[in-house]
Design a protein around this ligand. Structure first.
Ligand code: KG4
Ligand code: ZN
Length: 342
C-alpha cells in the first residue's frame, strides 16, 4: 500500500510517497528557514504564506517521482502553527475529494516516532520514545502501534526551544540547534574536555527527580547571566548549553528504560539530529548494559518531513471523511489511540 503524506505544521512543506510504512518512493521538501533566519525566529504569518507558495509544487514533485501511484492521502492535522497547518489540511482534503482517495489524519508528534521505521532496521515493541522538537519534549511508552502512553514531558520550554532561545542569546542564527551544535564542536574539538567531563557550568534541572518530567526554562536565564560577563567564550558556552540539555535528556530516558524494560528506544524530533545527543545516548546505553536497541532517524528524517507522516498513517490507517477534518494546533501526544484524537 502506498500513501502520499503531506506535512505543513511549521516552516517546512513536505510531501512523500511511502510504501507499506517503510519504503520511501519519493520525498520532497521545501523550507522557509532562510527567510526566518533574517528575523531570528519564525513569524507564523510569514511561515503560512510560504506554505501556500510551496504546497502545490512540493506535492506535484512527490507524486511525479512516485509515478502518480498511491492508495491514500495522509496529512498532519496538528499540533503546529494554525496558519501553516491549514494549508496542508485543506490541500489534502481537496485532493482526497477530487481523486477519491481515503484521507488519514496524523498527529505530528506521533509521526516523529515513525521516522524510526524508515531506516534499514525496524523497532520492536514494547518501545520507549523520546520526542524532542521545537515545541515539545515528550517521553512515551509504545506497547504497540495503537497503544502509546505519555509518561512525562517538559513543564516549560521544549528542548528545541531551549536550543533556539539560547542560540539567540549567543547571537547565533535560527534554527538554534544546528547553530549551537556547530559552535560547540569548535570548542569540543580543541579541548580534551571533548568527553564532556569538564563541561558543567549550567544547571541540569530535575535530573535526579524521581519522575519523567523536564524543565528547560531556567537554562536561558543562566545563559543570559553568563553572556553578560565580560569574558565569555561563545564556543565554550555553546558546548555548555548543548551538554546541559543532552545530559538531562539522556538521564531521564535511561530512567524510563530501566523502569519499563523496552526492547527498543526511539529518539525522534528535530533535536534528534544532534550528534552529541546520539553519541551520548549510545555511550550511556552501552555503559548501563540495559539491552535495548537504540534507534535515531537519519538526519533528514529527524526534522520535519512528510515521509514520517505517510509511515505513521500506514500503521494506523484511521480514515476520516474529508468534510469532517479540521486542523488542531493544540493536540498533545497523549491518549491510547493517538491518531484518532480528532
Ligand atoms: O521537529 P522539528 O523539525 O520541528 C518541530 O516539530 O518543532 O524540530 C525543530 C527543532 C528546532 O528547535 C531546532 O533548533 C532543533 O529542532 N534542531 C536541533 C538540531 N537540528 C534541529 N537541535 C539540536 N541539534 C541539532 N542538530
Ligand atoms: Zn516536528
Amino acid at each position: 500500500m502506498r500513501i502520499l503524506g503531506i506535512e505543513s505544521s511549521c516552516d517546512e512543506t513536505g510531501a512523500a510517497v511511502v510504501e507499506d510504512g517503510v519504503k520511501i518512493i519519493s520525498n520532497a521538501l521545501a523550507s522557509s528557514q532562510e527567510i526566518h533566519k533574517a528575523s531570528g525566529g519564525i513569524i507564523p504569518e510569514q511561515a503560512a504564506r510560504e506554505q501556500v507558495k510551496s504546497i502545490i509544487p512540493v506535492v506535484r514533485e512527490a507524486i511525479k517521482r512516485g509515478d502518480g501511484n498511491f492508495d491514500a492521502i495522509a496529512v498532519t492535522y496538528g499540533p503546529g502553527l494554525i496558519g501553516s497547518l491549514l494549508v496542508g489540511v485543506e490541500t489534502a482534503k481537496t485532493l482526497s475529494l477530487v481523486w477519491k482517495k481515503p484521507l488519514i489524519p496524523v498527529n505530528h508528534l506521533v509521526a516523529h516516532l515513525y521516522a524510526n521505521w524508515l531506516g534499514d532496521e525496524r523497532p520492536q515493541f514494547p518501545a520507549i520514545g523520546l520526542v524532542v522538537s521545537g515545541g515539545h519534549t515528550d517521553l512515551v511508552e509504545m506497547k504497540n502501534h495503537s497503544q502509546i502512553k505519555w509518561i512525562g514531558g517538559t513543564r516549560d520550554d521544549a528542548a528545541g526551544e531551549a536550543f533556539d532561545k539560547c542560540a539567540r542569546l549567543l547571537g547565533l542564527p535560527y534554527p538554534g540547534g544546528p547553530a549551537i551544535s556547530k559552535t560547540a564542536e569548535k570548542y569540543l574539538s580543541s579541548h580534551s574536555g571533548a568527553k564532556g567531563d569538564r563541561i558543567s557550568l549550567f544547571p541540569r534541572p530535575m535530573i535526579n527527580e524521581n519522575n519523567f518530567d523536564f524543565s528547560f526554562s531556567g537554562l536561558k536565564t543562566a545563559v543570559l547571566n553568563e553572556t553578560r560577563k565580560e569574558i565569555s567564550d561563545k564556543n565554550k558556552l555553546a558546548a555548555e548549553i548543548e551538554e546541559a540539555i543532552v545530559d538531562v535528556l539522556v538521564k531521564k530516558s535511561l530512567d524510563a528504560i530501566k523502569k519499563y524494560h523496552p526492547k527498543s528506544f526511539l529518539l525522534a524530533g528535530g533535536v534528534s539530529a544532534n550528534k552529541r545527543l546520539k553519541d551520548k545516548f549510545r555511550q550511556a546505553l552501552e555503559k548501563e548494559d540495559v539491552n535495548v536497541a537504540f534507534f535515531a532517524p537519519e538526519t533528514k528524517f529527524s526534522t520535519d518531513n512528510a515521509a514520517m507522516i505517510a509511515s505513521a498513517a500506514f500503521f494506523h490507517q484511521d480514515t476520516i471523511d474529508p468534510m469532517e477534518l479540521a486542523a488542531d494546533p493544540q493536540i498533545e501526544i497523549a491518549g491510547e489511540n493517538l491518531i484518532s484524537t480528532h
